[in-house]
Design a protein around this ligand. Structure first.
Ligand code: CA
Length: 227
């Protein structure tokens, strides 16, 4: 069965890249240039997944996302261009299924599309609650690990929050940098590793035998879904 993917994106160059990548992977992509066209397309035909740009000519993707969520149960992957957008995408109240940051590689997008479809079809259980032992108190900017509050710097807090919100998801270092730092600085990717190291150290002080952070060599980090 061919899965139909709706692309809501106003930049033809980006849309064409997506159309080509998805067709290559035997998906059936449908392209709309505006949010309102996209909503119409969802009403007209069966759609398995939506790739939604945030900056659209007739409104922003967040508004369209709410409308989509109100009417349909289709999974949504956001296309984001700026780090403030990533922050909002990851914000708990919004709950998109995933996001891809521009510029992206076609392979990255198709991999995410497949992963989200797999999750949506229930092959893989993705917990909505934080992974075991973690408790986030947004208002106090505090994270507890098995009941003990962690003393985290601002960047450590933001990095760990990102990991906790998407257990099992592999975050590239660039992604964590973009999420945690106000200004992203590619030359400073090593500092992400340094912060992960200190976070690990702080977790180990509480549970010496437990290392919930997984390193994906040459790629990035994820948080284990189960202990
Ligand atoms: Ca756009």
């Amino acid at each position: 069965m061919t899965r139909r993917i709706l692309i809501i994106e106003d930049e033809p160059g980006v849309a064409e890249t997506l159309l080509y990548a998805l067709k290559t992977e035997r998906f059936q992509p449908v392209w709309c240039e505006t949010g309102s066209e996209g909503l119409k397309a969802l009403e007209k035909q069966e759609i398995d997944l939506v790739i939604l740009d945030i900056g659209l000519p007739d409104g922003n993707g967040f508004e369209f996302f709410r409308e989509i969520r109100n009417k349909f149960s289709v999974p949504v992957i956001f296309l984001t261009a700026r780090s403030e957008e990533v922050d909002r995408v990851l914000g708990l109240e919004l709950g998109g299924d995933d996001y891809v940051t521009k510029p992206f590689s076609p392979r990255e997008v198709t991999a995410r599309v497949k992963a989200v479809l797999r999750r949506a079809s229930g092959d893989q259980d993705v917990p909505k609650s934080p992974p075991p032992g973690f408790q986030v108190d947004e208002s106090r900017k505090q994270i507890r690990f098995f009941g003990t509050p962690l003393e985290l710097s601002r960047y450590e807090y933001r990095i760990l929050c990102a990991l906790i919100r998407r257990p099992g998801m592999v975050f590239k270092r660039e992604m964590l940098m973009e999420l945690a730092w106000d200004v992203s600085d590619i030359s400073g990717l090593r500092t992400v590793d340094t912060h992960i190291k200190t976070i690990r150290h702080k977790l180990r002080e509480i549970r010496p035998d437990d290392d919930p952070i997984r390193t994906h060599r040459g790629f990035g980090y994820s948080l284990k879904e189960k202990t």
